[in-house]
Design a protein around this ligand. Structure first.
Ligand code: FMN
Length: 124
């Protein structure tokens, strides 16, 4: 079965809601799906949920067939853990994987252009 991993960073939860909805849609299509909230370490969060370090997220990403990366935008930048993931993913062999991106923004056109410029030439 195809494996999808949805990795995201959020400040106040909007991008997490998107990630969960995308995950629900994929699972309803029979796709094995893992939703991963990026953080500085891998640990359970008091009160529920779990965060995953960028190191561990890269391992999960490497073993997936399809990767969706989500971030919100703060001061025209992605969430720091998402930026770290994108930077470090350059060292992975992503050939053959399907990839997509999503995000939550206040001003989508400017934010999308800023993200696109940041990753132009990265092969993402
Ligand atoms: C301090 C601050 C800075 C923000 N900067 C931007 C920005 O530069 N561009 C933008 O489109 N949205 C910006 N936003 C809006 C957030 O990206 C938006 O509220 C988003 O839904 C937050 O998603 P999250 O809950 O997943 O973090 C900013 C919000 C705050 C509070």
């Amino acid at each position: 079965m195809a494996k999808l991993v949805i990795l995201y960073g959020t400040g106040t939860g909007h991008t997490g809601e998107m990630a969960e909805l995308i995950g629900d849609g994929a699972m309803s299509e029979g796709i094995e799906t893992t939703v991963v909230l990026l953080g500085n370490v891998t640990e359970d969060v008091p009160g529920g949920g779990r965060i995953t370090s960028v190191d561990d997220a890269l391992t999960i990403m490497n073993s997936a067939d399809a990767v969706a990366i989500g971030s919100s935008t703060y001061n025209m930048k992605p969430v720091v853990f998402v930026q770290q993931l994108m930077d470090r993913a350059k060292s992975l062999d992503l050939s053959g994987k399907v990839g997509t991106a999503f995000g939550s923004y206040q001003s989508p056109p400017q934010s999308c252009r800023a993200h696109h410029r940041r990753h132009e030439g990265d092969g993402h």
